[in-house]
Write a protein that binds this ligand. Structure first.
Ligand code: PXG
Ligand code: PLP
Length: 442
């Protein structure tokens, strides 16, 4: 393929969260994957240090999931999901509920994390209305939170570039508590920082300002992921839970990244021992193989909707592809694999060696901070003078072209999402190569 033809063939695709023009100069295109590696269109083999996009903890093209999808697509490709459904969606919902902490009894299916978040916010509003508290309409998010890209999720989210263009169009009635991050107090913490539980009191402040009776829900990632891995301070989530209880506010954990083993337990709620009322998931639900998300609710949330005439729809919400049979089959196979292979236990055992590897960068002159919990990690680099993000992006590109590693950067923060079943020697080798690039980069 000549380069002019090649360039033309790239024109049509407007890529998500990508520097499109820069990309076309030096396209990084993957055409195959197996286990812990990608292959590129030009036949290079790359180690995947991000497990897809936090999605693919079991590794790529897992034979069990591949087989389940192939079989399902040839048996039932799609079935209407409103007022009629398919057998696989029920099977998966039961499996997810069985895996979830005990209070969670129902699962609503979506196609992504963004849709899970907007679904959860709507459920929270509908819940209060059903309970005769329709005045509870305020939603609380957190600065530096990421809750996907739909209007609800961006509104409760706290990522400035994602909000900037839509500033006047975000949904009304939203406030934010402060981020759980302050380099001065938290830098180089291993796991949960000791400092910062008091930041949860920001919710109490907002409850005092608006009167707690007007607040419907607060949504937080138990560990903020996209904004550079910010583990919650010791005692912080517990305190949020207490304040929610005091004011009748629903607590939503956005577990799109943390669910399905990222912290070595099925859910972050298990890991921290703090139970929200609603949990949003996606990514690891199908190991990233088919897009799918799920919103888990406690029984009291579901029950609140189950009133009125039985012939009436209780929640006017749903997607054409909610509970898609092929996605559901992928989900069942992924949950089987997690269980049969002891994947969450593998992840738990890898957490400490992974922590040690990352923190070996703590003394590096170009490093501002190292953060980790479970199998989530971040190395925050010092930005280049006058060019924030440039050093991180160049690290990403050099790793791709020179070191055969897919390394994700968010501005100058390098982000790590090892496979749940990663091999420590592979991780050690990859981090040695990253150190080499960091040593030699401007
Ligand atoms: N909530 C959380 C906590 C997420 O991490 C979403 C919602 C949205 O999910 P979808 O499936 O709609 O993308 C996410 C997604 C990164 C990165 O670099 C992370 C996500 C998306 C894009 C980049 O860490 N997480
Ligand atoms: N737009 C139109 C015109 C539609 O008919 C539908 C669904 O029927 C949607 C958007 C929503 O699509 P989905 O259910 O896949 O989210």
């Amino acid at each position: 393929m000549g380069s002019a033809t090649a360039a033309k063939q790239l024109d049509a695709y407007w890529m998500p969260f990508t520097a499109n023009r820069d990309f076309r100069k030096e396209p990084r295109i993957i055409s195959g994957a197996k286990g812990h590696h990608y292959t590129t269109v030009d036949g290079r083999k790359l180690y995947d240090l991000f497990a897809g996009l936090w999605t693919t903890g079991l590794g790529h093209c897992h034979p069990k999931i591949v087989e389940a999808v192939q079989e399902q697509v040839a048996t039932l490709d799609y079935a209407i999901g409103f007022q009629v459904s398919n057998n696989r969606s029920f099977e998966l919902a039961q499996r997810v509920v069985d895996l979830a902490p005990e209070p969670f009894t129902q699962c609503f299916f979506t196609n992504s994390g963004s849709e899970s978040v907007d679904t959860a916010l709507k459920i929270a509003l509908g819940f209060h209305r059903a309970k005769g508290e329709g005045h509870r309409t305020r939603l609380i998010g957190r600065e530096r939170g990421y809750h996907g890209v739909n209007f609800g999720g961006v509104s409760v989210g706290g990522m400035v570039p994602n909000r900037k263009v839509f500033s006047a169009n975000l949904i009304p009635g939203v406030d934010h508590i402060r981020a759980t991050f302050d380099l001065e107090h938290t830098a180089f913490s291993r796991g949960q920082p000791e400092w910062g539980a008091h930041l949860a009191d920001d919710l109490e402040r907002l409850a005092a300002l608006h009167d707690g009776s007007n607040i419907a829900a607060v949504i937080v990632e138990p560990v903020a992921g996209s904004t550079g891995v910010l583990p919650p301070p010791v005692g912080y989530l517990e305190r949020l839970r207490e304040i929610c209880d005091r004011h009748g506010i629903l607590l939503i954990f956005d577990e799109v990244i943390t669910a399905f083993g990222r912290l070595g337990r099925p859910f972050a709620a298990d890991y921290f021992g703090v139970m929200p009322d609603i949990i949003t998931t996606a990514k690891g639900l199908t190991n990233g193989v088919i897009p799918m998300g799920g919103v888990l609710v406690q029984k009291h949330v579901y029950d609140a909707f189950m009133h009125g005439p039985e012939s009436m729809i209780e929640l006017f919400h749903g997607y054409t592809y909610s509970g898609h049979p092929v996605a559901a089959a992928a989900g069942v196979a992924a949950l089987d694999a997690y269980e049969e292979e002891g994947t969450f236990e593998q992840a738990a055992a890898l957490a400490k060696p992974f922590e040690d590897l990352l923190h070996s960068f703590a003394e590096h002159p170009k490093v501002l901070d190292v953060r980790n919990i479970g199998l989530m990690g971040a190395i925050e680099l010092k930005p280049r003078e006058g060019a924030p993000g440039a050093r991180g992006f160049e690290m990403h590109k050099r790793c791709f072209w020179e070191e055969e590693i897919v390394l994700r950067n968010g501005m100058d923060t390098l982000q790590f999402s090892p496979f749940l079943n990663a091999n420590i020697d592979d991780l050690t080798h990859a981090l040695e190569r990253i150190r080499h690039v960091l040593d030699t980069i401007d």
